[in-house]
Structures are given as C-alpha cells and as structure tokens.
Ligand binder design. Structure first.
Ligand SMILES: *Cc1c(COP(=O)(O)O)cnc(C)c1O
Length: 495
C-alpha cells in the first residue's frame, strides 16, 4: 500500500516514509492509494481477540511495509505494559439510548493517548526500517492535552526526543502538573511567556527556519511533529471503530452486519475521519454524526457546503473542540473528489480568503455519510446532568456535546439504528465543569479535592495518573521568552 499527497501525485511513498515525513512536500496530507475492503468474516475473526490483536489485524491492512512482527511489537509497547487502566483498552458501555465508546483509559486519561501511544512506536520502527540514524526531535506547542499525551507517548522511545512548549499561565493546574512532573530521559517541558498563539507561532517559525534546521542537522537531529495530520497518528484511530463494532456484536447488542450510527465530538476532524475510513472499508456504519460546540464551522460546512473560518472564535467548556481550521477535512475532500486538483484549489482559497464552497453535487454525496449539529455550553451542561440522572453515567463535556447531538439526530431523523457515541475524555480531566453541571458544591475546592468530590458521583475511580500527581516531583521549571525558543531547542537538541 502506497501513500500520496492530497494536493497532487508527486511522491508515492511507503507508509514508513510517509510517517517520518508527516506532511507531504507540496503541503498536502498523505492518503492511502486505496482502501482495503473487509467482510463479515473479518469482523467475526476480531471478536475473540484482544485490543492489541485487533489493532495488529487492522493496521496490517494499511501499513503493508511493516512486518507482522514489527506491528505486534509496536502495538504491545503502545497499549500493553499496564499503561491502560482497562483491559479492553477502549471499552464500550451500553446505556438506554446509545453505547458510549470510552477512548480515555490511556496513561493521560485523554483520547489522544489512543493515537499518541502508537505513533512514536511506528516512527521509531520507521527510522530503523529506512536506515535513518538521525535523532528525531518532536516539537509540540500545546494548550493542554496534546502536550502531555505526546510526552507520555515519546518518553524513552529510542532515537527520539520530545520538547513541549506551553503558555505560562495558559493551562489548567492539573495540565501544568501533568507536564511539569513528566518523567523520561528524552523529554523537555518549557513554559513560554505569552499565550498559546505565541507558543504555536514560535514552534511554526522554528519548523520553517532553514538555517536553524541546518544547525540541528549538524548535530544529527531532525525536527518532526506529532499533530494529527501525520498518517501515523490517524491510522491507530481506525482500529477502535472495528473494536467497538466487534464488541457490540459479541455482546448481542447488534447482529453481525447490522448498521450502526456513530456520533463524534469533533475538532480537527481526525477522530471522525477514522470512522469514515472504517465505513469505506465495509464496516456497517450508516451515518457519521459530526458534533461541534459554538465553534460550529463544520456544522455549517456539512449543511451548506460553505467552509468559512472568518467568524468569531469562542472559548468554550470543550476546549479541545475550539478549532476553526479542521485540517483532516482535506483528506475527506480528497477521497470524495479524487485527484481532480479541486482540493488544492479549495485549500488555496481557504488560505487566501478564509473561505471555500464545494458545490451542491459533492455536498449531497457528503451528506449521504455525514450529519452535523452543534450545542452551546448551557446545553452541554444540561446533557451532563441529564445523562447522569437518567443513566447514572458521568460524562465529560466533550462527550456530552456528542451525546446531545446524537439525541437530536435520533429525534430529527427518526433513525433507530444503534448509536455509538465516542467519548473523548475522562470526566476527571474537566472536573470543575462536570461538578457544576451536576449541581455539586465545588467552589473553593482545589484540583485534588475536586477529583475526590467527583469520585462521589462516578463509579469509575480517579485515574491513577491523575491521583498520583499530588505526590510527584516537579522536574521541569524552565521558562523562556518567545524570542529564546530557538536557543532552548538547540540546547536540548545537543544534550
Ligand atoms: C482532540 C479532542 C477532540 C477532537 O478530536 P479531533 O480528532 O481533533 O476531531 C475531542 N475531544 C477531546 C477531549 C479531544 O482531546
């Protein structure tokens, strides 16, 4: 299986090379040349398997240049070793009107772990396979969750280093503690004086600075990124759609071959795109429902065919979905239009005018697969409360956005197919908003008291990684100005 760019056909690469490159040279994203097809037997065969074994089967269809042994090793290091607090890794919990696919049992209690545990393993194996002897230095600017998940994924992975910049004062206390106590011999965490945009534009400038990259090259270091445009971060996400379906059949909730719907709380369009890949491969998914918060650029796009990023940016209680440019949408557009060159045109328009329009024919094709809606913070909180009262289930705000939109889909369409809601964060990561939604007394409590308070409502205990933070030693206290970020990178690269 080879990979090429969404913006042209120039370079066809094996998956290992595509994963090392991240972004295609023409600015596009790598996509597989074709989508492998599965049948009912494939799903039946998955049922008795562990998550790791299921992952090996699904990944093997896409990463054909990796041997079965290599994939088995990558998957074991990613999901094994006691790092996940559920034996099933991504368990499905069935409530009265939907099933919840819990994607947050990894080491940082965030759905990002599902992909960021595996990406470093795929990268390191790719380095070995392609004979690259340089060290890969991963640079991340984070407003919270991604930084910690990337640190945990890359920690002590041979031939890699990871450096995370976060805005000083711009992340929650738990998030800061999670990062500043990070262990591992190849990690660096540095606060930037400024806001998230300062940290992010600083990192972008470093990636684009050829002279600086030359200096790093002299120290046998090359830069790379861990964001969700990398194929190695997307492909792990296809696995859990198959795993969830196999679990639902196994539990007798659905019959083999029966169609389901999936609702996904969406930001960068990576999670839901993985569902699209699973569907196109033959997994019986009828509709993919795209759930957004007040930053509803995707709702508008999937309803009208107009993508317009020129709009007010809202800070919501679902920060991981506060996004106006959903990078992975480019991959969907590519798969719907093929190599007609239209994707490159739209992306150029987005860059120049902040807006593009896809036309009614393509829109109706997309609408055969996708349905979309959004909810505001008040509705999100009301849903947390309602799901708790009706189902005795505590969900985080991102999951609640999806839950609310899933119910709307069911009401408005009358579609009674079984609904799977993707749950992307542990409620303990957003304990303030969740406790407020539940009507609890929480004002004045510190972060650790909030965890204990939420545990009174939740059948799941406080995740070990969060509970342990209270006792962990602070290992990273560096602070730098935006202008000093280059020097900080160079110093760490040469260590
Ligand atoms: C990243 C994230 C999302 C959005 O996922 P995308 O793949 O970017 O669409 C939703 N919820 C949580 C908690 C996240 O961390």
């Amino acid at each position: 299986m080879q990979y090429f760019s969404t913006r042209g056909h120039s370079s066809r690469l094996d998956s290992a090379e595509a994963i090392l490159k991240g972004l295609a040279p023409d600015g596009g994203l790598f996509v597989p040349e074709s989508l492998p097809q599965i049948d009912k037997k494939f799903i039946t065969a998955l049922q008795p398997l562990s998550y790791e074994e299921r992952a090996e089967k699904v990944l093997g269809l896409f990463l054909t240049d990796y041997t079965a042994d290599e994939l088995r090793g990558c998957v074991a290091r990613a999901y094994g070793g006691g790092k996940f607090d559920s034996e099933r890794r991504a368990p499905v919990v069935t409530l009265s009107d939907a099933s919840v696919l819990e994607l947050w049992h990894g080491p940082t209690s965030a759905f990002k772990d599902m992909a960021l545990q595996l990406l470093p393993q795929l990268m390191q194996t790719a380095l070995q396979k392609t004979g690259v002897t340089d060290t890969v230095l991963i640079l991340v600017a984070t407003s919270g969750d991604t930084g910690k998940a990337a640190l945990e994924g890359f920690r002590d992975v041979p031939q890699t280093k990871i450096m995370v910049f976060y805005p000083e004062g711009g992340v929650s206390r738990i998030q800061r503690l999670q990062m500043c106590t990070q262990e591992g011999a190849n990690v660096n965490v540095t606060a930037v004086k400024g806001n998230f945009d300062d940290a992010q534009s600083g990192v972008k400038e470093i990636f684009g600075d050829e002279a600086f990259n030359g200096e790093l090259q002299a120290a046998s270091v090359r830069l790379s990124s861990a964001n969700s445009i990398n194929w190695g971060r997307l492909v792990p996400q296809i696995v859990y759609y198959f795993s969830a379906y196999a679990d639902l059949v196994h539990a007798g909730t659905i019959a083999l071959g029966e169609e389901i719907n999936c609702t996904v709380p969406t930001g960068n369009f990576g999670d839901i795109l993985a569902g699209f890949y699973a569907r196109q491969m033959g997994l019986p998914i009828h509709h993919l429902v795209c759930a957004s918060n007040a930053n509803n650029v995707l709702t508008e796009f999937l309803r009208t065919g107009v993508y317009n990023r020129q709009r007010t940016f809202y800070k919501t209680i679902t920060p991981s979905m506060d996004i106006l440019i959903s990078s992975n949408l480019e991959r969907l557009l590519y798969h719907m239009t093929g190599s007609t060159g239209r994707v490159a045109e739209w992306m150029q328009q987005l860059q120049d005018d902040g807006c593009y329009t896809i036309g009614s024919e393509l829109l109706s094709e997309i609408q055969r697969v996708f349905w979309a809606d959004w909810v505001d913070d008040a509705q999100t909180k009301a849903t947390i409360c309602d799901v708790y009262e009706k189902e005795h289930y505590v969900c985080d705000p991102h999951t609640a956005v999806a839950y609310a939109v899933a119910r709307r889909y069911q009401q408005e369409t009358g579609d009674t197919r079984h609904m799977v809601v993707a749950s992307t964060a542990s409620p303990y990561k957003f304990n303030g908003s969740v406790l407020e939604a539940l009507g609890a007394e929480y004002k004045g409590l510190d972060e650790f008291a909030l965890l204990a308070k939420l545990a009174e409502y939740n059948d799941n205990p406080v995740p070990g990684g969060l509970a342990a933070l209270a006792r962990k030693e602070i290992r990273h206290q560096d602070v730098c100005g935006k202008a000093d970020m280059r020097q900080a990178v160079l110093t760490f690269a040469r260590q």
